[in-house]
Design a protein around this ligand. Structure first.
Ligand code: NAD
Length: 428
């Protein structure tokens, strides 16, 4: 049997169609929101270090900007496709709307593998990407950011090229910049903290005290580390974290039943979120196969690593004790596993609400950059808490009122806000 390759854009459209049905959207609004408003496909010719010429394919998709300029990362990935970028741009539209920030959804990409490119070659790709799109992006139109395999350094090259072309200084053109060049304090913590702010609110709803709960976390990168930090600060106990081991090409879980020590674990973790196995054993951790993170007898699971981790095959291994799942990663639960979780009555905070702290803080960075006035870290984190808490409350109130799942309620809020903005503009 020939199986059709997984297509993210078809999945994003199917999710949209479902919500359009719940909202009973009219046909013109559906026709408008099922597709990107605009997309750009271009080639980026580069002179490689050895003097040869190579041409890379680049994309920028602007899904919808009715609520404000488009916002979304630029990925470098060898398997990048126009459809993946379209789907991610659409998801950005709903994510910005659900946390009620005045931005639309966009996404960009270049088909390339930075592992096989020198820094000079990567810089040329960043500058070439901006040269092809400079007239159609900008602080008031479309604001890029880092994503898979792009970093603050790539953002600085893109910013420098944009400012050279446009003439002047436009720090609000791009986010994810180093703090020394207009990045925001608190950005590093924002996504993981945002996940735990939603967990804190959900625990109140479930009638649980954070201090009486335990959690198991998949991943130990940026999102997971900061989620562990805030969850421990509010009194919770993390009994297990996990990571991908590059050398063994497999994942491992690290368990300490009386609670992991974040500082000690950070001391034996590399910059990719990989934990040193031997040193973990020396510190008294049980090192288990990667999937063990899911099987722990805990109250809360936080899949904070990568997509498609809770599947039809392993969902049955989740302990009956688990009351709450907070999706820090994008798309960690497959639709089949989602259905099983729903059936078991486990409360789930969907990804584009749980991990929206990242884009919320990117918005704060853009506001600070445009004003050229920078806030203290406490101010950034205080505003993040306010935004995430209000978004959570809006979704959970709607879920209760209309007897919807949290995922559907989040979609309903995101899509209806965007549809309303399109109607207000008399686009439909
Ligand atoms: P990261 O690269 O810093 O960390 C990823 C972690 O996951 C690492 O510890 C890695 O070892 C681990 N990992 C990878 N594959 C694994 C596997 N099969 N089993 C167990 N662990 C595995 O990435 P991050 O920035 O923490 O992002 C994590 C997730 O959160 C991604 O889905 C990302 O799209 C999403 N996200 C991140 C942000 C952000 O601001 N960083 C914002 C929104 C969403």
């Amino acid at each position: 049997m020939v199986t059709k390759p997984f297509n993210s854009f078809e999945m994003a459209q199917a999710q949209f169609d479902r919500v359009a049905g719940i909202l009973d959207l009219d046909q013109p609004t559906r026709d408008l929101l099922r597709f990107p408003l605009r997309e750009y496909h271009f080639t980026i010719p580069i002179r490689m270090d050895d003097g040869t010429a190579r041409v890379f394919r680049g994309f920028r998709v602007q899904h919808n900007d009715a609520r404000g300029p488009c916002k979304g990362g630029v990925r470098f990935h060898p398997q990048e496709t126009a459809d993946t970028v379209r789907a991610l741009a659409m998801w950005m539209t709903w994510k910005c709307a659900v946390v009620d920030i005045p931005l639309g959804g966009g996404k960009g990409g270049v088909v390339c593998d930075p592992h096989n490119l020198s820094l000079r070659e990567q810089e040329q790709i960043c500058r070439g990407w901006v040269r092809q799109i400079a007239q159609d992006v900008g602080p008031m139109r479309d604001i890029p950011a880092p994503d898979i395999m792009t970093s603050g350094q790539h953002m600085v090259w893109m910013l420098d090229e944009f400012e050279t072309i446009r003439g002047g200084r436009y720090p609000g053109f791009i986010t994810g910049k180093p703090v020394t060049l207009g990045g925001s304090l608190g950005r590093a913590e924002a996504t993981g903290f945002g996940v735990v702010i939603t967990v804190r609110e959900a625990l109140k709803e479930l009638g649980l005290r954070a201090a009486d709960t335990t959690a198991s976390v998949q991943g130990f990168g940026n999102v997971a580390q900061n989620a562990v930090k805030l969850y421990q600060q509010i009194g919770g106990t993390v009994v297990c974290v996990s990571c991908w081991d590059q050398a063994d090409q497999t994942s491992y879980a690290f368990r300490k039943k009386d609670g992991v020590n974040l500082g000690a674990l950070l001391g034996i973790t590399d910059r990719f979120g990989g934990i040193d196995i031997q040193k973990a054993r020396d510190l008294g951790y049980e090192v288990l196969p990667g999937e063990a993170w899911l099987e722990q007898e805990v109250d809360i699971l936080m899949p904070n690593a990568i997509e498609h981790q809770i599947t039809a095959d392993n969902v049955g291994k989740i302990s009956p004790r688990v009351r709450l799942i907070a999706e820090g990663a994008n798309g960690p639960t497959t639709p089949e596993a989602d259905a099983a979780i729903r059936e078991r009555g486990v409360f789930l905070i969907p990804d584009f609400l749980a991990n929206a702290g990242g884009v919320t803080c990117s918005y704060f960075e853009q506001v600070q950059s445009n004003a050229n006035y920078y806030w203290e870290k406490d101010e950034v984190l205080g505003k993040l808490d306010l935004k995430m808490t209000s978004a959570y409350i809006a979704v959970s109130e709607l879920a209760r009122k209309r007897k919807l799942l949290m995922r559907d309620a989040a979609y309903v809020i995101g899509v209806s806000r965007v549809a309303q903005a399109c109607r207000d503009r008399r686009w439909v």
